[in-house]
Design a protein around this ligand. Sequence first.
Ligand code: UD1
Ligand code: CA
Length: 461
Amino acid sequence: MSNIHAVVLAAGQGTRMKSKLYKVLHPVCGKPMVQHVVDTLAAIQVKDVVVVVGHGADAVQAALGDQVSYVLQSEQLGTAHAVQQAVPFLTGKKGATLILYGDVPLLSTETMESLLRFHLEQKAAATVLTADVPDPTGYGRIIRDSAGEVLKIVEHKDTTPEERAISEINTGIYCYDNEELLKAIVQVKNDNVQKEYYVTDCIGILRSAGKKVAAYRAVDPDETMGVNDRVQLSQAEAYMRRRINETHMRNGVTIIDPLSTYIEADVTIGADTIIQPGTVLRGGTVIGTNCHLGPQADMTNVQMGDGVTVSYSVLVDAQVESDATIGPFAYLRPQTLVGEGVKVGDFVELKNAKLGKGTKVPHLSYIGDAEIGEGVNIGCGTITVNYDGAKKHKTIVGDHAFIGCNSNLVAPVEIGKNAYVAAGSTINQNVPDEALAIARERQVNKPGYAAKLPRKQGKKD
Ligand code: UD1
Ligand code: CA
């Protein structure tokens, strides 16, 4: 959107969080609160965004990167003081300026757009987004005159008993005519209970100057909630989780039990995928269509094709191609690439391993630092011995090789195409294509010898 600017306030410490992590960096559904605000602005094409940073400035800048500009508020004297730091950024600009708080993370793009549209239609000097809430404790109250027009905002701590009973609150999201904002912001004083410069006072200042002040009431008050402590953080998490799950369900994903399904904000899922309880999808995970996930599938930054099945498994930074089956009880660690139609069965751990199309690792294996070809059978209990105590080494297994049960492949080692490793072998030399390798002690049978062994026959210990 052209001629729309935004100031995001994110300089506070957030003492009520009782945390070493700065408040606006606390994640909601896997993403810092302030990042949600910035992403919503990006979604409605507001490109001219400045974030006011102070406490944890470096950390906030590191989280948001260069998609926004920054100004520093070195002392936190209140929300108006924070906006004052952005004055050089706003000076000389025309159009509308949104002011948002980094601790109000749930606002939808629809509400933000509606607020903007309403503000422009009303030709107001300022429009405040308000909400009617069952418990207004802690929020600024919207004071209206007898004609129903907004008169001012009074902070909770400064309210009279009658004002305290008002359930219409200030959400902390405003839209200003930029030039009117610049005139009002310099007039704010700190003559209040907290001795702070409140940005909320701009509303009263403009109204006293005879300017038009409008209010836009949010349709869904829940999405305007501010997060000041961990209880509110958990409420925000629950709200956003429900919204994310509902979006996926509306897009054709079946979620058997949304209350026990945790999907972070940036995950994408194809239609007709079915998600069983206890599934957690994090980070930039991308799931294809027709997958069956869970129960208990925990995935972080996984890239998955179509028709994949995963149950009771943990996958981190892994890629899984179409029609593979994972689990139950598999652990796929970073840099794992599971090819099309591969079977990774129970109690299998993969790390930095590539498994070609149709390969099977059905049970009880560790495959690390390995390149396994197509159509390979890795027998139960096979281990890649990749670490010599100092360095990691690579195992290569050619297409259609057969690795017998309980084999150790001591890396660096290469097993040729169509080769066959006998069960129980410890392979520490390369095996040529088509060859059979047996690397174990030959069996010795001693006829009748068992009877001579000392044993407590027929007795119990
Ligand atoms: C604020 C509003 C209140 C509103 C509520 C909505 C004011 C004075 N009050 O109260 O009317 O109902 O939000 O959630 O604005 N910040 C700075 N610099 C500062 C102080 C704060 O950048 O000097 C930032 C904080 O990091 C935070 C935001 O501004 O992201 C809001 O500050 P906070 O102290 O949480 O205000 P509330 O008491 O919640
Ligand atoms: Ca707050």
